[in-house]
Design a protein around this ligand. Structure first.
Ligand SMILES: [Cu+2]
Length: 183
């Protein structure tokens, strides 16, 4: 039984290496969020990859309303419309919101500019959060985390959420290699 359990991390590591050859020899941690709007329609996917320089987030959205919209990492991995279940912004360092005010929340991200097509692909790198379990800034903590998109833009200063309006889309951040019963 024990030897079987030990096989799981080995095969996960090989899979990571196969999926992320650009990162080099070191396996990376990866996670994904499937974003849905309040009606439950799929509107995009976020692929998260822990790199040596920070957490790379690749966001691919479709069927969105054009315009500037805030995107944040929220502190709970639960997306039930109207998405208040996702909690506040991910903020383990207990900062006030917004880069214009100070350090900001760890879950703060720059605004999305969605074109008339309603589709957008964008990548960001943030050094304020991690996928490494056990770190204080890990998104993969006990209650998880979500990627939330708001109806309007973040003003980068109003506490607690940049005056960015309703939560229009939400996706639970899920480790790509989480095994049921592994904790
Ligand atoms: Cu938010």
């Amino acid at each position: 039984m024990n030897s079987f359990m030990r096989l799981i991390p080995v095969s996960a590591g090989l899979l990571i290496a196969a999926l992320a050859p650009a990162i080099g020899a070191e396996p990376s941690l990866m996670a994904q969020a499937q974003s849905k709007n309040q009606k439950g329609d799929h509107v995009g996917t976020a692929d998260l990859m822990q790199t040596r320089g920070g957490l790379l987030i690749k966001l691919a959205l479709q069927n969105m309303k054009p315009g500037q919209q805030a995107v944040h990492l929220h502190e709970v991995g639960r997306c039930e419309p109207p998405f208040t279940t996702a909690g506040a912004h991910f903020n383990p360092a207990h900062q006030k919101h917004g880069m214009l005010v100070g350090e900001g929340h760890a879950g703060d991200l720059p605004n999305l500019h969605i074109p008339d097509s309603g589709a957008l692909e964008v990548e960001f790198l943030t050094t304020k959060v991690s996928l490494e379990q056990g770190k204080p800034n890990s998104l993969l903590n006990q209650d998880g985390a979500s990627l939330v998109i708001h109806a309007t833009s973040d003003d980068y200063q109003s506490d607690p959420a940049g005056d960015s309006g309703d939560r229009i889309a939400c996706g639970v951040i899920t480790s790509q290699f989480a095994q049921k019963g592994s904790q």
